[in-house]
Ligand binder design. Structure first.
Ligand code: CP3
Length: 361
């Protein structure tokens, strides 16, 4: 299998050139260098485990209002940075602002997760349009500009979006799902309509990420949370291919901005994402073998991960053991300490203090 040469191992990419002059350790690692201690940030680092987030959430009322009111989104983005001094801030927003911007009805019910008015047929598809997207997402870009003004000089700002497949599951199922029956049915028996939806999502996801960079995002992460539920062939077609297209378009528009992909649950197919997607880094879920990832993935891309969020929530000495094992596996190459999926809401403050202590020594 063909391998993309590591940008840190010789040829100076523009990403590397940008990182050369940067004090930001996360950008240095994304350009292919090892750092000791490694940078750390945590998926879903803003959220319900923080009392100050819960207070802000009550003030906002609706979750989407929290995402689409710049002062509130800025505050939620900065909360975990103030408390723990992570090396990266991730914009406070959600992957479902894209369907909202395309014209689908989206809401979040306390304790029940997202609700969308499901796309049921071609006529529903006709009602979606990317035309108003930039305008509807203007508050997100305003929040990014303000976060950049207020972040400490050493902290990197990460923008993000959901992958087309993951976002399509919410649009077609009308919310969270376990079986993905409707989305898989569209894929199999309504291939034209499904392809149309995916094309729309590739365009709107690229546009949303590109606008985040123009507003000040310094790195991007794309979450394909549900890539792992697809059969291998479908996964190449509907996860790897659209993600590769988005990465190629981002690299053409913003060659200096590194891209991290999270193809969760894809096992050994992580190797194809490493070699073929054009991404600078892969975020590993907790099931990925450390030794395998060090030998197979880390020579091609930076790796990020992959502590089990359950282990963090449980805390105690097992947390130290698990975190050290990850550090030992990846410390010789480009590596960002993170979780293998989002923080669990019940995680206590002591656990974070303990983790940061182990990682930073
Ligand atoms: O701190 C951060 O990570 C930044 C903000 C962020 C949120 N969602 C805020 C949020 C990010 C990066 C996301 C990504 C996201 N959203 C994903 C991909 C990553 C993953 O976790 O797999 C997905 C699948 C979603 C969709 C989504 N949003 C769901 C399924 C839910 C309900 C479940 C839940 O965790 O509550 C949300 C709501 C949501 N997004 C919350 C937050 C803080 C909780 C809402 C609340 O305050 O009630």
């Amino acid at each position: 299998m063909e391998r993309k040469p590591r940008s840190g191992a010789g040829s100076a990419s523009s990403g590397q050139a940008a990182a050369e002059s940067s004090a930001k350790v996360l950008l240095q690692v994304l350009a292919g260098r090892a750092a000791d201690p490694p940078p750390i940030w945590l998926m879903r680092q803003a959220g319900r485990y923080l009392p100050e987030y819960r207070a802000l959430r009550r003030k906002a009322g609706q979750f989407l209002d929290l995402c689409l009111t710049p002062e509130l989104a800025v505050e939620a983005t900065l909360q975990p940075i103030r408390r723990y001094g992570f090396d990266a801030a991730i914009l406070f927003s959600d992957i479902l602002v894209v369907p909202h911007a395309l014209g689908q009805e989206v809401s979040f019910e306390e304790g029940r997760g997202p609700r969308l008015r499901p796309i049921q047929n071609a006529a529903d598809l006709d009602c979606l349009s990317g035309e108003g997207q930039r305008g509807r997402l203007r508050p997100v870009y305003a929040a990014i500009e303000e976060v950049r003004r207020r972040l400490p000089g050493e902290t990197t700002l990460i923008g993000f979006a959901g992958a087309p497949w993951t976002v399509a599951t919410y649009m077609l199922e009308g919310g969270s799902s376990r079986q993905f029956r409707t989305a898989k049915e569209w894929m199999a028996v309504r291939p034209k309509e499904f392809a149309r939806l995916m094309e729309l999502l590739v365009d709107s996801t690229f546009d949303h990420l590109s606008a985040q960079v123009s507003a000040g995002a310094e790195a991007l992460q794309i979450f394909d949370t549900w890539a792992g539920v697809l059969a291998a062939e479908d996964r190449r077609r509907w996860s790897l291919a659209p993600l590769s297209e988005i990465v190629a378009r981002l690299k053409a528009a913003h060659p200096e901005v590194p891209v991290i992909l999270f193809p969760r649950g894809t096992g050994e197919m992580y190797l194809e994402f490493a070699c073929r997607s054009g991404a600078d880094a892969l975020s590993l879920d907790p099931t990925v073998s450390l030794e395998w990832a060090r030998a197979e993935l880390q020579p091609c891309v930076a790796v990020q991960g992959n502590l089990d969020p359950r282990t963090l929530a449980d805390g105690g000495p097992q947390l130290d053991v698990a975190a050290r094992r990850i550090l030992d596996a990846f410390r010789a190459g480009p590596f960002i300490f993170n979780l293998g999926h989002g923080i669990l809401p019940e995680t206590k403050a002591e656990a974070f203090a303990r983790l940061v202590q182990v990682v930073r020594g």
